[in-house]
Design a protein around this ligand. Structure first.
Ligand code: ZN
Length: 481
């Protein structure tokens, strides 16, 4: 019976080459999210998925807590505040859920379920900011937000309830300080994704694709297995646009009233969509050790001398647990093969097998989830050996993901070439930076310009395919989620 179940389970996960199907099945089989909740675009975190979320978000907390403070603002935003910033309203008006009643009474002022929290936070910043000595303010919160998505919804990627929106909102004296904060935000996000072994591209979004109400938007993208890019972080320079609307002023050193300058930046559970999609394989989840809920699973290989082997396995577990390594031991009655299958699905980075032969050699067999490679390691040095492998696994997951990204970036010289190449990933092409040319390129290709990337990827020489002007700017284009 156990064998039969295993066989049935094996057929649950389609090949990753069929990415969309694989992704949906993995969410269920890997116990990340249950999609059976009876409201479109709302999903349920399984306890296991929630633990992945907890560990992932503890990384971003750790990075932000160095010089940000965590706070919590209300979910409901009065219409009077929400409607203050014209661009902002235009950007969100079709996506807002409204609370119109309290019990049977119609509310005097409708309340918006936050689609994002600028208009919840900034009325308070007006109260809190008095003098230049109050600045900078750097606050973040991790909350749910609601957006009435009309496009096809997808777990962790396109949602009506974003359950894990980490949004930071900062206030500064000058425009330049806010610009530096935007750079700092993208650095923090790159570091965060490095810890998830996910390679990223940072670029400045075109003017027509910026956050509603911002001076400009920087975005962090990654490339998914199906060759579409996923935006997994954004940082917006708000200038003093919201400060003027919400009257956020400070008294400068000369005693004069000045409008503040602001930024906001966010990530969501899309970080977890990228994590499971980029590293996972046909056998299930693959986690970098830093975020794996279980980092090591010990499987006793039993032939007769059971007691001795179980004892050795428990000793190894205690030893690893004492060293802070999240360790499980599978003492169930199933055959080893069924156990391997179960823990592979869960993405456990290292499996330790101890059988009679291992014990005789005072050793254990370790198997890496990412590569499947098998080695014998001495039991006497187990903590160090395991930690050494964690570092190697993290690096090799990043290297593999990074080469996969690099292999799917194509230099193009014409619109025709872009149309062809974006089926396989990201197209890189010269762009003069003019709005008309950019929009014409998007129209002709049928896909968006992500922007001009930071670093070498964004510079080169070429001619804008529309106006033919020579330029040193290279833009990237891709099909996006
Ligand atoms: Zn041009």
């Amino acid at each position: 019976m156990a064998e039969k179940q295993t066989e049935e389970k094996k057929s649950v996960l389609p090949s990753k080459s069929d990415f969309s199907e694989w992704y949906n099945e993995l969410l269920l089989a890997g116990e990340i999210m249950d999609v059976r909740y009876p409201v479109k675009g709302l999903y349920v975190w399984f306890p296991f998925g929630f633990e992945v979320r907890k560990r992932t978000y503890s990384l971003i907390r750790e990075l932000l807590d160095k010089d940000h403070k965590e706070a919590l603002f209300p979910l409901l935003i009065p219409e009077t505040e929400f409607m203050k910033e014209a661009e902002h309203i235009k950007g969100f008006e079709n996506e807002v859920y409204w609370v119109t009643h309290g019990g049977k009474n119609e509310l005097d002022v409708k309340l918006a379920l936050r689609p994002t929290s600028e208009t919840a936070i900034y009325p308070m910043y007006k109260v809190w900011v008095r003098s230049h000595a109050d600045l900078p303010i750097k606050i973040y919160q991790i909350v749910n937000t609601f957006r009435y998505e009309t496009k096809h919804t997808r777990p962790l990627i396109r949602l009506r309830e974003i359950t894990s929106f980490k949004e930071a909102h900062t206030v500064h004296a000058t425009w330049d300080e806010a610009a530096e904060q935007v750079r700092e935000a993208t650095r923090i996000y790159q570091e965060f994704y490095m810890r998830l072994a996910i390679p990223t591209i940072v670029s400045k979004r075109p003017e027509w694709d910026k956050f509603p109400g911002a001076d400009y938007t920087m975005a962090v993208d990654t490339l998914m297995p199906d060759n579409k890019t996923l935006q997994i972080g954004t940082a917006h320079h708000l200038g003093s646009n919201f400060a003027k609307t919400f009257d956020i002023k400070y008294e400068d050193a000369k005693g004069e009233q000045q409008y503040a300058h602001q930024t906001c930046y966010g990530i969501s559970e899309r970080s977890i969509a990228a994590l499971i999609s980029i590293h996972g394989d046909d056998k299930g989840l693959v986690f970098p050790p830093l975020v794996a809920p279980v980092q090591v699973v010990i499987i006793p290989i039993l032939f007769g001398k059971s007691e001795e082997i179980i004892t050795a396995c428990r000793q190894v577990r205690d030893c690893l647990t004492a060293a802070g390594i999240r360790t499980a031991i599978d003492e169930s009655d199933e055959r080893p093969g069924a156990k391997y299958y179960r823990w592979e699905m869960k993405g456990v980075p290292l499996r330790i097998e101890i059988g009679p032969r291992d014990l005789k050699n005072n050793a254990a067999t370790v198997v890496r989830r990412d590569s499947g490679s098998k080695e014998s390691i001495p039991l006497g040095n187990i903590v160090e050996e395991v930690n050494k492998r964690f570092r190697v696994i993290h690096e090799s997951l990043y290297e593999r993901a990074n080469s996969s990204l690099k292999e799917r970036i194509f230099d193009c010289e014409s619109i025709e070439e872009v149309k062809d190449k974006i089926q396989g990933g990201i197209a890189r092409i010269a762009w003069c930076g003019e709005r008309e040319c950019g929009l014409a390129m998007e129209e002709a290709v049928g896909a968006g310009i992500l922007g001009i990337p930071e670093g070498d990827m964004g510079s080169g020489t070429g001619n804008c395919p529309v106006c033919k002007k020579e330029t040193g700017n290279m833009a990237i284009m891709a099909r996006t989620y």
